[in-house]
Design a protein around this ligand. Structure first.
Ligand code: G3I
Length: 387
């Protein structure tokens, strides 16, 4: 089992101090039967030196969110939270094939360009997500892509997109989620459309094309399901390490590993030694590590709001205590800014139909217990001299 920590003493104090401010929870997409829960706003000062970006910087880390470009454009409070908290951001969807490629022979850069302009203007670093993934593909993809055309199309996409933003990106998720043990290959590679159509060496080809197109972005391989102590995650970790070693041996230009970090508030096995060993191996291979899509699915927690909030915060605290001890970890990004904008509400809805409470800001953009837990975890790392 992982070391499941209660929120720090400071978090508890902050929660207790703010306990007067109980506010109603607006129902977000809930059915009529859903009962409105309440919770206490923490009332933390999160600005300036108290922001996550500032505390992360003290710990030699970047901090940020996956952003919804429409909310960033239309919602001033959302935009201000991003500006206040982030030293790095990533587009949740705006740089996927589905967003950039309305047709096989067309590119649509409006949202991606706007995000690049926003980050430039606000001196925030930008991760690109993602150049090559079996998901987030446009509707025309299946009918149009053939073994003759796929490799050329993939490399042309990488040259065009990474080339357009060359010199302005902190990093690119060049290949996303390339491993799937259930597909039964001895090397653990997912038999994705790219592998089937563009060739088994598509990963290597994609990284080489990305380096040519943007020599300064940190080229990243991003994966999920490698965090836990359970057998499935351990097998996937082993396949990931095998792949990374093979890429390094072949001098493929890879700089970093993204560990997505989609967590569950209550896990049977927890996060611990296996993940630490992966981080050590990455460090030995001179690969940086980014925690790229951190969030906590609270489906397994009861309806009580305080219990959910402290359960979610405890999982953030425990996970970050495990991972931030490694000097290889250089960036932490949550998959979304606030609880009104989390993919979990659609993809992993709670049985009681209440919205998930999985992020560091609630649906009104107020900092949650999880915010305090993450900030405390950054502080704990900054007190370790080697970081
Ligand atoms: O934009 C359309 C909108 O016009 C339409 O009205 C609506 C109706 O369903 O769909 C909207 O598009 C959806 C899009 O999210 C924006 O909300 C897509 O159907 C939906 O498939 C898409 O889901 C995204 C998913 O990746 C697939 O690309 C999620 O937002 C996004 O959070 C999720 O992110 C992934 C990472 O990229 C990789 N790791 C796992 C992570 C979570 O699944």
């Amino acid at each position: 089992m992982s070391r499941q920590h209660a929120p720090s003493r400071r978090s508890f104090l902050q929660t207790a101090l703010a306990a007067g401010g109980v506010a109603a929870w607006p129902l977000l997409g809930c059915g009529p039967a859903a009962k409105a829960p309440t919770h206490a706003a923490l009332g933390l000062d999160v600005s300036g030196a108290n922001s996550l970006a500032a505390h992360a910087a003290n710990a030699n880390l970047l901090f940020g969110f996956a952003v919804d470009t429409a909310a960033l454009r239309d919602n001033a409070a959302y935009r201000n939270t991003v500006k206040q908290q982030c030293s790095i951001v990533v587009a949740e969807n705006a740089m996927k094939w589905s967003a950039l490629r309305p047709a096989a022979d067309k590119y649509s850069f409006a949202d991606a360009d706007a995000l690049v302009a926003f980050t430039d203007e606000n001196h925030i670093k930008l991760r690109g997500h993602t150049l090559c993934w079996h998901g987030g593909l446009p509707a025309w993809f299946d009918a149009a892509m053939t073994p003759d055309s796929a490799r050329g199309q993939l490399l042309e996409h990488i040259r065009t997109v990474a080339g357009r933003y060359a010199g302005r990106m902190h990093s690119w998720d060049v290949v996303n989620e390339p491993i799937l043990m259930a597909d039964g290959r001895p090397d653990g590679l997912r038999t994705s459309p790219w592998l089937r159509l563009a060739g088994t060496d598509y990963i290597e080809a994609a990284f080489r094309a990305a380096r040519d197109a943007d020599p300064t972005a940190l080229l990243t391989l991003n994966e999920f399901g490698v965090e836990g102590q359970n057998r499935e995650d351990a097998e996937k970790r082993a396949a990931l390490l095998l792949l990374l070693r093979r890429l390094k041996q072949r001098n493929v230009p890879i700089d970093a590993v993204g560990i997505q970090s989609h967590l569950r508030a209550r896990t049977l096995y927890g996060y611990g030694a296996g993940l630490q060993s992966l981080l050590r191996s990455c460090n030995e291979m001179d690969l940086q590590v980014f925690l790229t899509e951190l969030d906590v699915d609270d489906r397994d927690l009861s309806q009580n709001i305080d219990a959910r909030d402290s359960g979610v915060a405890a999982q953030y605290a425990s996970y970050l205590q495990t991972t931030l001890a490694s000097p290889a970890v250089r960036a932490v990004l949550t998959w979304g800014v606030d609880d009104a904008h989390t993919w979990l509400n659609t993809a992993q809805p709670r049985g009681d139909k209440q919205p998930q409470r999985s992020l560091l800001f609630d649906e009104r953009l107020r900092p949650t217990q999880a915010f305090a837990a993450v900030r405390d975890a950054f502080d704990a790392r900054s007190s370790i001299p080697k970081h």
